[in-house]
Write a protein that binds this ligand. Structure first.
Ligand SMILES: *Cc1c(COP(=O)(O)O)cnc(C)c1O
Length: 400
């Protein structure tokens, strides 16, 4: 008997299930530029959940570069970079980024997500192995899923577990051809750092490649915010792919990788997202170049974001909050149950503080939190206001 099928009814049903279980996104609307303070849904708030760590999204040099390049070269590139959209400004950005990263070569993609989704599945296939931290970003998980390689997941930052998996991998029959270890540099939910030197050491013992996604480390770690490879003083023989994004500290949009000349040539010949999707507009590429220039000419921004982070973290700890494992300007305020995190976020929102509750299934059921992210241009007065709101809300909810 034929099934009586409805083509789309399940879409609404699924959405209503998400609402019922409180798993849906309610989108807030920014009415001003992203900065230390914004107008969101008609309310003036202190922004504590943007990735705009160095406040470059509105930097005059970055904005002007975008406008000028757009006037000169148009709103769009007209094609994929692989065909007819590879403008001089894209090539300049690749070179400028390699200089910034102190790498032999770099390649820019349209977004960080497209970088991971395009490159990772090309690195390993049948007979190969991916070894991945359990808390890696969704774009890494999806990239690995797109490949035919075996995969092994090691416990978060657990070098002993990684070692065990690698020893086991050596006994695989037939032997694996290629092995890649992939990790976030800074983990976005806790703001903690990958043990990259230890990972690189284990990889070296096994002839494995190392791929680090430094989306939240760039602009924050290393000299002038060059990122995690510079921070740990590792070489390109130890970390083979340093991946990142222009959408966070750099304040624009676009993904990228840095490494050997061979890596870059391999990457743009193989990554389907790079080959089969449009180039970023010339204005975007020019704005990214300007952002890199600002990073090197205004290193005090990096200093300020750390000062703000230390001030805010110590303030929270003095109030008695648990700030989890933060090692960067991502500072979680641990709340336990999802409801407590949601109620605290609502409370501070009404006091003019915008920070996001991170709840199950994004984190474990008993590890709900409010994630705060500091910006170089938050003032002490703004941070004090945020601390005051957390204090009142935390007391009301019995957290402190
Ligand atoms: C944000 C993020 C990405 C995606 O970068 P986009 O350029 O915004 O697509 C990838 N990996 C990590 C770890 C991220 O935090």
């Amino acid at each position: 008997m034929r099934v009586k099928r409805h083509p789309t009814r399940y879409l609404g049903e699924e959405y209503r299930r998400l609402v019922k279980e409180n798993l849906h996104w309610e989108l807030k609307v920014l009415e001003t530029a992203s900065g230390p303070t914004c107008v969101v849904d008609g309310r003036e708030v202190i922004m504590l959940c943007a990735n705009n760590y160095l406040n470059l999204a509105t930097h005059p040099k970055v904005v002007n570069a975008m406008i000028e390049a757009t006037r000169k070269y148009g709103a769009g590139a007209g094609s994929d970079r692989s065909i007819a959209g590879n403008m001089k400004v894209h090539e300049e950005l690749d070179k400028r980024l390699a200089r910034f990263k102190r790498a032999p070569a770099s390649l820019t993609y349209q977004t960080g997500f497209m970088t991971n989704e395009g490159l990772i599945p090309q690195l390993c296939g049948r007979g190969d192995l991916f070894v991945s931290d359990e808390l890696n970003h969704g774009s890494i998980i999806d990239g690995i899923r797109l490949s035919h390689a075996d995969r092994a997941i090691f416990k978060h930052k657990d070098v002993a577990d990684l070692d065990r998996i690698m020893e086991e991998a050596e006994r695989h029959d037939p032997p694996y051809n290629h092995i890649w270890i992939i990790t976030d540099g800074v983990f976005s939910m806790d703001g903690d750092l990958a043990p990259l030197p230890e990972i690189a050491k284990i990889a070296e013992e096994h002839g494995a490649g190392v791929y680090v996604d430094d989306a939240h480390g760039e602009g924050v770690l290393g000299e002038c915010g060059r990122g995690i490879v510079n921070h740990f003083k590792l070489t390109r023989d130890q970390v083979h792919v340093e991946m990142g994004t222009f959408s966070k500290a750099f304040g624009v949009i676009g993904g990228h990788i840095s490494g050997s000349e061979d890596l870059i040539k391999f990457a743009y010949n193989k990554s389907r997202t790079w080959l089969l999707s449009g180039a970023v507009p010339p204005g975007v590429a020019a704005a990214c170049i300007a952002a890199l220039d600002v990073m090197e000419s205004e290193p005090e921004r990096v200093k300020r974001v750390w000062e703000n982070r230390n001030y805010f973290l110590e303030g929270l700890q003095d109030l008695g909050f648990d700030t989890g494992n933060s090692e960067t300007p991502i500072v979680p305020v641990m709340c336990g149950r999802s409801k407590v995190a949601r109620d605290l976020a609502d409370y501070i929102w009404r006091k003019g503080i915008f920070a996001l509750p991170i709840v199950y299934p994004m984190v474990a059921r008993d590890k709900a939190r409010i994630r705060t992210q500091l910006c170089s241009d938050h003032t002490k007065e703004q941070l004090d206001r945020a601390l005051e709101a957390f204090k009142e809300g935390g007391r009301k909810l019995g957290l402190i």
